[in-house]
Write a protein that binds this ligand. Structure first.
Ligand SMILES: [Zn+2]
Length: 492
């Protein structure tokens, strides 16, 4: 007995020691460290330009007829006038009438081109909320080191930063080896079916296959991952899919004074419970695993211990992450019951009760996978699943070991220092689902820092961006274009 106890203690000590060693080695990749690079950028001019861009009310409405055409035309004229070097060095084609497509010809036609893009349309400000803004939403005011207004984050800052970066490079006499396209979309907020889709048609018609694209996506995060004090830069390599299902429960109608054991509403409630109690299987494999593997290297010892020893703690970690909405969204296809309907009157039994459930598909799941999973979970003689129109699978997953990813990651580290660069998954839709059709890889990333507090500005109130943040964005685009426009990282 005694001997067995001793053996167990020794095994535990050895195991604990091995786990701790792994945790201590689970640190940022030292070989990824790069020299900081200084890029001279006039932050005040960039800020003034973003303020000017915000003044055009380039609002996308669900109803196309509401579009203020003069504002879009005004913006296009403003780009031409404000960035004369770009206008002179590149060829401009209008796509879908209001989307700008610039072509900057490279010196080496054998290299596949790249495309860097953003959108200049914005979502409306909810009428009646203007007074909640600390600056008027379309004044483009710059005050206390901040640029205020609709589009300051999403996504006029990216458009302006790209144009500023191209101008910096042109003034330096830089010419890319690879042809570089810039596109500035006018209808991303209403799905890009006229702008980005037209760009794709034009390029496809010319036989262009892009090496990679860079569109809006994740920002650099400050303090948004638990236990992480450094900046993290998730470069989104995929975009989740979208599916809505109606769960329909039926029963005999009639008077509510003599109800059956379960009404249609009761059957529906059981189905909703089953969905919430049985989330779509997911986990720390593939892309989700790679993302958290990098992030955890910047976390405190407890997290590192767990992530470095996933064979032992994997399921504990997955459970923990699944409890947090962000973590859950990264690990699996999410399930959200959003709309309910039943009887039309309080004393009438429902013949049909319907729950509308919205799913955001992880790249590992197809639309068919989710439909059959949900059917298996909830369908019975009373409950049926009815798919709604318009579902789509997640995008393909782009290479996070390829040259485009490396160019972006290198640029981020040159400007921001040793930050955690990792592949991420985009939960919202972007124009990349169009551009990805003609590109080997599509990346989604805005090289600017946001905090949790800034997040409410996206499509919300008091959207704003720090002048310094914009300038860092310009610097990073300069470096991205240097690496991407060359032959790859280090080949400027
Ligand atoms: Zn956007």
């Amino acid at each position: 007995m005694k001997k067995t106890g001793l053996v167990v203690v020794v095994i535990l000590l050895v195991l604990g020691g091995a786990m701790s060693i792994r945790a201590m080695q689970h640190t940022p990749d030292a070989s990824a460290r790069v020299e900081r690079v200084n890029v001279a950028v006039d932050a005040d001019i960039a800020a003034r330009h973003l303020g000017e861009a915000i003044r055009f009310r380039t609002v996308s409405y669900q109803n196309e007829a509401d579009m203020a055409v003069d504002q879009f035309e005004g913006f296009i004229a403003w780009v031409k006038r404000t960035y004369p070097e770009v206008q002179a060095a590149m060829t401009l084609t209008m796509a879908g009438q209001y989307t700008l497509l610039y072509r900057w010809e490279g010196s080496d036609p054998t290299l596949a081109p790249i495309l860097v893009t953003g959108h200049y349309d914005v979502v409306p400000v909810i009428p009646g909320t203007e007074a909640r803004w600390s600056q008027p939403p379309f004044a483009g005011n710059v005050s206390n080191g901040m640029i205020y207004g609709r589009g300051a984050l999403d996504d006029k800052s990216a458009v302006v930063a790209q144009l500023e970066a191209a101008t910096v490079l042109l003034r330096d006499g830089y010419r890319p080896a690879r042809t570089v396209y810039f596109s500035f979309g006018h209808d991303e907020e209403v799905s890009g079916t006229r702008g980005a889709a037209a760009v794709v048609d034009i390029l496809r018609g010319q036989g262009v296959q892009l090496a990679w694209t860079l569109d809006e996506g994740s920002f650099l995060f400050d303090g948004m991952f638990p236990g992480v004090t450094t900046l993290l830069a998730p470069i989104n390599v995929a975009e989740k899919g979208y599916l809505t299902l109606d769960i329909v429960a039926s029963s005999e109608g009639g008077h509510s004074s003599m109800p059956p054991v379960h009404t249609a509403a009761g059957h529906l409630a059981q189905a909703i419970s089953a969905l919430e109690d049985n989330p779509v299987p997911g986990g720390l494999d593939g892309l989700s695993g790679a993302m958290f593997d990098t992030a955890s290297r910047y976390m405190d010892f407890g997290y590192r211990l767990a992530f470095a020893n996933r064979w032992a703690f994997g399921s504990v970690l997955e459970n923990q992450l699944s409890r947090v909405p962000f973590g859950n969204a990264m690990l699996r296809t999410t399930t959200a019951t959003t709309m309910l309907s039943g009887s039309v009157k309080e004393n009438v039994l429902p013949i049909e009760a319907v729950a509308t459930v919205n799913f955001r598909l992880h790249p590992r799941d197809s639309v068919e996978d989710i439909v059959s999973y949900v059917k298996g979970l909830v369908e019975n003689e009373h409950v049926k699943v009815r798919p709604k129109e318009g579902g789509n699978a997640a995008s393909p997953v782009s290479d996070w070991q390829g040259p485009g990813y490396a160019s972006i990651g290198q640029a981020v580290r040159e400007v921001y220092g040793d930050v955690g660069v990792m592949p991420g998954i985009m939960v919202a839709a972007s124009d990349s689902r169009h551009y990805g059709q003609i590109a080997d890889d599509a990346y989604r990333f805005n090289p600017m820092v946001v905090t949790q507090e800034d997040m409410t500005g996206f499509h919300g109130t008091d959207e704003k961006l720090a002048v310094d943040t914009l300038a860092q964005g310009v610097r990073t685009y300069v470096r991205i274009l240097r690496h991407g426009g060359g032959n790859g990282v280090g080949q400027e």
